[in-house]
Design a protein around this ligand. Sequence first.
Ligand code: FO1
Length: 334
Amino acid sequence: MRMPTPRDSARIAVLAGGIGGARFLRGLVAAAPDSQITVIGNTGDDIWIHGLRVCPDLDTVMYTLGGGISQERGWGREDETFAVRQELAAYGMEPTWFGLGDRDIATHLVRTQLLNAGYPLSAVTEALCTRWQPGVRLLPMSDERAETHVVIDEADGTQRAIHFQEWWVRHQARIPARSFALVGVEDAKPGPGVIEAIEGADIVVLPPSNPVVSIGTILQVPGIREALARTPAPVVGVSPIIGGRPVRGMADACLTAIGVETSAAAVAAHYGARAGDPPGLLDGWLVDDADAESVPGIEGLGIVCEARPLLMSGPEPTREIAAAALALAARLRP
Ligand code: FO1
């Protein structure tokens, strides 16, 4: 069944993280080809590696929508080689646990040179997207540096903060996270165009990205949560949790760390209802059929909720999920 797509060129704002968010965006572009989609990308995962500035979530969106992504990994480039990584390891250059592909390094060299020349990350991202033509406007959540760190317990009982990438990649999120800290966020401002994109949107979508270290990170940038509360656009979210488990990634480890149960209903409650007191984020929420029994409870929070298949098992199912999110937003439009 083909869902209705917005006739006019709707302005859609999407807060997106890495792999799940990028995959959803591919479906959204297909579901609303005439819309103007602005992606507010998470930069809390960003890291300096071997003197290069790496922006994993911005690159995953850019490569995925621009056709350069490694389908197998979900990050980095297709047809990739890792000769430089092997040479760095031969020199004993740490970190060896974070692998930069040879093609991917070109992106980081361009980004690092432009940043060193004084261009803000937003301008650099726009320049990189000129090559990739992702078909959306990709805006960093902030031009200022704010990196996610993870507080973990040391063997001797003390606590230490490590960079998110070390926790995520080196330790595969297996060390329990005590808390997350977005270092520097208090001095960060929303990037150029971010507030305007949210306030001027016809629809705002929270895709099935990690609610803690992707969407949660974006929400910590001063001003963004307030803009979401002000926008006249309906805010619709897509659950990243199906049947009590994250579809991909380690969102469960992140949710546990902040005391939120790993369920579609708990994430909806965590985001909160815009109609709630205090007001939260959501007007609408999509859950998978596996979680259909939680629909009444979520509606009881003041969030309009629908159950449908949410597994992004290919381009067509993903387009249908995105179309369902737009249809739910159309139902909610004031
Ligand atoms: N993930 C890994 O599991 N191992 C890696 O060596 C790795 C390298 C890497 C390089 C560039 C990049 O953009 C992403 C990379 N990632 C790697 C994925 C990255 O940790 C995640 O994409 C996000 O940070 C989480 O969404």
